[in-house]
Design a protein around this ligand. Sequence first.
Ligand code: GDP
Length: 478
Amino acid sequence: RNDSSQSSRMPDDKLLDGLLAPGFDERSCLSRYRSSLFRKISPHKPSSYLLSKLRRYEDLHKRCGPRTKSYKKACKRLKSGHGSSGGCNYLVWIPINGLGNRMISLASAFLYALLTDRVLLAELGNDMSGLFCEPFPNSSWIFPKNFSHKVEFRNHDERYARGYGNQLKQGIINESMESVPSYTLLNLDHSDYDLDRQSFYCNQNPSLLQKVPWLFLISDQYFAPSFFLTPTFNQEVQRMFPEKETVFHHLGRYLFHPSNEAWGRIIRFYQAYLANADERIGLQIRVFNTKTTKVRTVLDELFKCTQKEKLLPQVDPQNPAAAPSKNQRSKAILVTSLYTEFYENISNTYWAKPTVTGEVIGVYQPSHDETQHFGDNMQNMKAWAEMYLLSMSDVLVTSGCSTFGYVAQGLGGLKPWVLYKVEEEHTRDPSCVRDLSMEPCFHYPPTYDCRRNKKMNAGSLFPYLKHCEDLNWGVKLV
Ligand code: GDP
């Protein structure tokens, strides 16, 4: 063995138990091999079957990805309008909604690509550019901006007409398959397009979709659990993820590496405010509609939760004196929110009075943008940095129904306390609940059993798929 082969070897924890492939250029993506220096080692090991699927996928992506001969041929076929796969099939993910929604749907799309041997390409557009490193070695996952063929689905009618459901209904995609369209569109977002969702989740004839070389997928949902519901994929996903609740944990840590710019933000903040604390507590506070929900109400619910669950240290109202200064434990509270009120209130509380335990408390909030903007690259950069910082917590409180929180808990391998969403001032008692697992919730699971032609309840079919604590019609892997 010579020196160079030794230096290119990396300890297992750097590669996250084999999840990451070695051999990437380290400087172009500092976070990839350094995350293990900052985050606790995950107790959840990826299965060897998942690792072999990932390595096989990387080969496929290298062979078929942008700038390869196969890719150029496939683009020509796409232009011609007629299908027949030339050995490389593609899944193009189209973003909609906020960054958290995008990340959970992109991870689901990657799982689908792994299951069906498609090459995943992501249309990152302008507002997601520069957030992530390339996840696949020696290739790119970016769907080229100057893509020559105009794929028609930007308006509602086109989206419907080009949808898989409609193409099945019209016989454009059919059993005989004399002529296959070169592309079809899967509308799996939370809004209309029931026909597409039903056709996809039913998956009664998977070989039909397999023949279409280009699939464009629009989704803001975490639809990964749907593959546990279909007999076609159930055994395969169970083999990949014997620990069911680790789907996003592994796929997310495989795919989403902060770019150097995002990593700089994360590490500067972490080192300045969080690294030296004995414990880090993340509070992710999402108020979905400030017109109908008062910030004060959410703050009250948060305090009820942290008090009942003993998540934040109590202050001593009687004793304003400073606590003894030797061997004090310290806690850092990271607040993420679009607003400042939560941070101000919590930091004031710990400034005005000492803690009962004598613990020293720091309270920090990286940004407060006030409103959610769409198409804003810098807001996405901050959001990504904050999700990542939250994932470095020891204890995490998230806001019910928020995908922003789902990303943090999944990447961090954390089972959070979930604050129930306050709907028009309606609160619940207790105000929060310990989540069932670290997985994101699938908000709109299929409700129809195509084989038996009747309604179904996705949360009652398998012991490992349960209704979500934060949304009773959603389901999550546990
Ligand atoms: P969800 O709407 O809570 O499911 O989360 P999304 O991430 O899909 O959409 C919310 C968007 O609002 C984020 O992507 C951010 O752009 C912005 N946002 C919401 N909460 C925060 C926050 O705590 N910090 C930052 N930086 N941005 C936030």
